[in-house]
Design a protein around this ligand. Structure first.
Ligand code: ZN
Length: 322
């Protein structure tokens, strides 16, 4: 392949690296990477991949940009609020590098479409924020033998790894065979996340993708990288493939994609009244609060920053932590 003058200029700092060179840059231009989620992790991953000249970048997301995304999802700008994330993402990537082919998949990844969407790509990036999509991504990658470059973030901590049983490493299920019970792990929306954290974890993911595409260096296979922003510490755990893993083990019990909502226990909780005797609906609470004759005391146990967002008039606050 012959580079154009613009390409030689654009990729000059790659081409002079002996580990990359013209041959390596060609590999990057030939690489096809699918980014699942155009959010906190997907932003830095896809932006650096576009800048690096990864030839084809797919983005899967069904959501629209919200003001609360802008603190960390740097692929989107203020003017993009209420626009589909895939649209905004494609425009940003093409303004960084117009020669990158950006394929948008404006849909939720499901058991019905995952194999078809993932198949044309070489490497998959897990930038999801929920367990059903995380297990779905893992299983689809194992079945299709595609490396799954994993990252996750919460509050001040993040982790990253490369799951690739086809390259001798474990998969996500080798680590976490079962998802936590629903409601046990708060999401970033509930628990908060430091805005720069996905930048750090996403850059680790982007580095691993570029190394895989080049076939250079020691990939983050068989290793889980843990990062703590408050202590500014990186740690590394050795991982091993689980021979009893239900999908990549010696006798797999999962041979096709399953119902991941059900697997993660989402949507099967009984909704009938009385199922949670300790809970009261907002409407019933309001009725009780308005009934001044009634002998009822109210205490708000939300965290103080949640109370900042919306205070319940006349109700004392002692947060749950206290
Ligand atoms: Zn496994």
């Amino acid at each position: 392949m012959m580079f154009s003058e613009e390409q030689i200029n654009r990729y000059a700092r790659h081409i002079i690296l002996p580990e990359v060179g013209g041959k390596g840059q060609e590999k990057l231009l030939d690489a096809r990477v699918l980014v699942i989620g155009a959010g906190g992790l997907g932003s830095p991953v896809s932006m650096y991949l576009a800048a690096a000249g990864i030839g084809k970048i797919g983005i899967v997301d069904f959501d629209v940009v919200d003001y609360s995304n802008l603190q960390r999802q740097i692929i989107h700008g203020t003017d993009d609020v209420d626009r589909p994330k895939v649209q905004s993402g494609k425009e940003t990537l093409n303004s960084i590098n117009p020669e990158v082919e950006v394929i948008i998949h404006e849909t939720m990844l499901t058991s019905d479409n995952a194999l078809e969407i993932i198949k044309p790509y070489d490497i998959v990036v897990d930038g999801t924020d929920n367990f059903p999509t995380r297990y779905l991504t893992n299983d689809a990658c194992v079945l299709l033998k595609k490396p799954n470059v994993y990252g996750s973030i919460f509050r001040f901590e993040g982790q990253a790894s490369v799951f690739a049983p086809e390259l001798g490493g474990p998969c996500y299920r080798c680590l976490y065979p079962e998802p936590p019970p629903p409601g046990m792990v708060p999401s970033c929306a509930e628990g908060g996340v430091l805005g720069v954290l996905p930048g750090i974890i996403g850059c680790i993911q982007a580095t691993e993708i570029i190394k895989l595409a080049l076939g250079k260096g020691e990939p983050l296979i068989n290793r889980l990288m843990l990062y703590d922003a408050l202590d500014m510490k990186f740690r590394e755990l050795k991982l091993r493939r689980d021979p009893k893993c239900p999908i990549c083990g010696e006798n797999p019990t999962i041979t096709e994609l399953v119902d991941y909502q059900e697997f993660c226990g989402i949507g099967i909780e009984p909704e009938e009244p009385g199922a949670h005797p300790d809970e009261v609906s907002v409407r019933d609470l309001k009725v009780a609060m308005d009934d001044v004759g009634k002998d009822t005391a109210f205490l708000d146990v939300r965290e103080y920053d949640e109370v900042e967002i919306a205070r319940i008039h006349g109700v004392p606050v002692i947060d749950l932590g206290e």
